[in-house]
Design a protein around this ligand. Structure first.
Ligand code: ATP
Length: 238
């Protein structure tokens, strides 16, 4: 089976500084794959490049049978990749319902859009309760839910989540991770970037450890959860 996403020797530079130095990884349909690693490892840069927000300086990205070669971001959304960015970037003055509708900007099937908004409310009931409120009034965790709900509105084949647990309380973090498991159970393919290695490895089918722009280690989530070097470096064990 060919993978839904296949990244080959990807390189990305900011001016002369290479932030991603030739990484290769793949995501099969139906899998949750995680990229973990410390600050500055190049995880966000990788996701932004896959989304078409940054241009690679080398390598290849194959997605759903196509090669993405300078493909603009909106076309990549149309091909089926959605990105819930680090820091969420919701529209604070718009209502929750309006934020969700924006996630469907490429669609014109009104009934289908309504159905998917309802699905977001089923997944995150708090969003349904507050649908008419300005999104800026939501807590950080609720804004994270909205960012995920909005990304799902494009009916993606691949959902990319950048640090969904960042800045959240432990309880809210558990809720977000439980939702990722639920999405997985529903068949959603997910590429998850996380600094919370324990949570990410626990639910990932496959995981890659990034360090200073390279992939240092890869394996199943369970393998890496039990790997001694990962435990020392990323899970805070002596
Ligand atoms: P974080 O969790 O902090 O976002 P990360 O693994 O996602 O970490 P990136 O944000 O991808 O890492 O950053 C990778 C490297 O690229 C870092 O050294 C960072 O300082 C650098 N970098 C990121 N954005 C820019 C930019 N706009 N201009 C120049 N350098 C940048």
């Amino acid at each position: 089976m060919t993978a839904l996403l296949e990244v080959e020797d990807l390189r990305v530079a900011y001016g002369k500084i290479e932030a991603v130095k030739g990484i290769s990884f793949s995501v099969e349909a139906g899998q949750v794959v995680t990229l973990i690693g410390t600050n500055g490892a190049g995880k966000t840069t990788t996701l932004r490049t896959l989304s078409g927000l940054l241009k690679p300086s080398g390598g290849k990205i194959h997605f759903d049978g196509q090669v993405l070669n300078g493909t603009p971001a909106h076309k990549i959304v149309a091909l089926g990749m959605a990105h819930s960015p680090e820091g969420r970037h919701i529209f604070p003055r718009l209502t929750i319902a309006e934020n969700l509708q924006l996630g469907a900007f490429l669609r014109n099937d009104k009934a289908g859009i309504e159905k998917d908004i309802q699905r977001a409310y089923d997944l995150f009931p708090i969003l349904g309760e507050r649908r008419k409120q300005a999104a800026g009034t939501l807590s950080g965790g609720e804004q994270q839910m909205l960012a995920m709900g909005r990304a799902l509105m494009s009916q993606p084949k691949l959902l990319m989540l950048d640090e969904p647990s960042m800045g959240l309380s432990p309880i809210m973090m558990q809720k977000i991770m439980a939702t990722i498991s639920e999405l997985k159970a529903q068949g959603t393919t997910i590429l998850l970037v996380e600094q919370n290695a324990q949570a990410a490895l626990s639910l990932a089918d496959h995981a890659y450890v990034m360090e200073t722009g390279t992939i240092k280690l890869s394996g199943t989530g369970q393998d890496l959860l039990h790997d001694e070097s990962v435990r020392k470096t990323y899970l805070g064990e002596d």
